[in-house]
Design a protein around this ligand. Structure first.
Ligand SMILES: O=C(O)CCC(=O)/C=C/C=C(\O)C(=O)O
Ligand SMILES: [Fe+2]
Length: 342
């Protein structure tokens, strides 16, 4: 079965709180390169592993993993709002296979997703209208307690095996990471108001969303100006993570505790679980080759920002080189606000 992978960081601050233009251009050129890779592969199905940030999954009922048989973007941080094109049969097949493999995924017929899913898809496909059929798979990366990271690998491997049966060209997307610690609330330290929001606060008003999002932008400003109230980015840790994926060692995190991720990379480093699942899925088809590896710590985006692509070794193309800046994509905030009817 033809498979290809793109794993990338996301940041809701892209386009809202940018670093110097040459740095932002460099990242957009890398994302444009990943998009060219995807265009050449021409996927018939896209498997997306992504987290949520208390928009679609709240403490009212928090699964470790959830497969979406239907999904809607909540439209946070200026991204498009509305239904996404989900391949329902493929989603059920994946859920069945995962459950039979002993991975207890939840299933949703009405999954709400946020920038964690939508932003990388827009970078890779340009607009919601151009998205191929998707299978969105949520991985809890923020709401403690979290299970061991090895479970994300097992989930990814089950998904990879399930999609092997589809016979389609499948793009695997991992969205998140690497070291970063933006102000995503934690139940342990939440005020009663925040605890209520992360338990029952689905579908905030436009004004509530604006207040939340402007707080994130303000916090990024403080972090970039040198505030030490946040866990710093950790390029050495991020290099270790990227080396593991590049070497094909998808089990590298099996013995690492959840505390290790936080100590090394901050709370949102748990988003690396989406990469573990994505590379785990790819690894089911044999050895792979990382064909693109880009990394830069960017405080304005609260992110150790990375973009990678990979192919099974049998189909690997020559390594990608950086594309000229002129090929950079429009920024995420330039996307239309409402989606066309699906
Ligand atoms: O409620 C909010 O908006 C909290 C802030 C938030 O969700 C930040 C998210 C940041 C990322 O997704 C990231 O850097 O990975
Ligand atoms: Fe995130």
């Amino acid at each position: 079965m033809p498979l290809a992978l793109c794993a990338s960081s996301h940041s809701p601050l892209i386009g809202l709180h940018d670093p110097a233009a040459d740095i932002a251009d460099e990242v957009h050129a890398q994302l444009a390169g990943a998009r060219a890779f995807v265009e050449e592969f021409d996927p018939e199905l896209v498997l997306v592993f992504a987290p949520d940030h208390y928009n679609g999954f709240l403490y009212e009922l928090m699964p470790s993993f959830c497969v979406g048989a239907a999904a809607t973007s909540v439209g946070d941080y200026g991204l498009p709002k509305g239904p996404l094109p989900v391949d329902r049969d493929a989603a059920y097949a994946l859920a069945r296979h995962a459950l039979e493999s002993g991975v207890d995924v939840a299933l949703s017929e009405a999954m709400q997703v946020d920038h964690g899913f939508v932003q990388p898809l827009l970078f890779l496909f340009g607009s919601v209208e151009k998205l191929p059929p998707l299978v969105p798979v949520f991985i809890n990366c923020v709401a403690e307690p979290l299970g061991p990271a090895s479970r994300a690998r097992l989930l990814g491997e089950a998904a990879g095996r399930a999609l092997a049966e589809s016979g389609k060209r499948v793009l695997i997307v991992g969205s998140g990471g690497l070291s970063h610690d933006p102000p995503v609330p934690r139940m342990e330290s939440a005020t009663p108001e925040v605890a209520e929001r992360i338990t029952h606060g689905r579908n905030p008003t436009a004004e509530q969303r604006r207040v939340r999002e402007s707080r994130t932008v303000a916090a990024a400003g403080e972090f970039a100006s040198g505030s030490t109230d946040f866990h710093d980015l950790n390029p050495e840790f991020d290099a270790f993570v990227l080396d593991a994926f590049e070497s094909g060692d998808t089990t590298a995190f099996d013995e690492r505790s959840t505390d290790w991720f936080v100590e090394e990379g901050g709370h949102s480093a748990h988003e690396i679980r989406t990469w573990i699942a994505a590379y785990g899925a790819l690894s089911t088809q044999g050895d792979y080759e990382m064909t693109r590896r880009y990394y830069r710590p960017i405080k304005e985006w609260f992110a150790g920002f990375a973009v990678t692509t990979a192919l099974p070794k049998a189909t690997a193309l020559p390594k990608a080189t950086a594309l000229p800046k002129a090929t950079a994509l429009p920024k995420a905030t330039a996307q239309p606000k409402e989606l066309a009817a699906q």
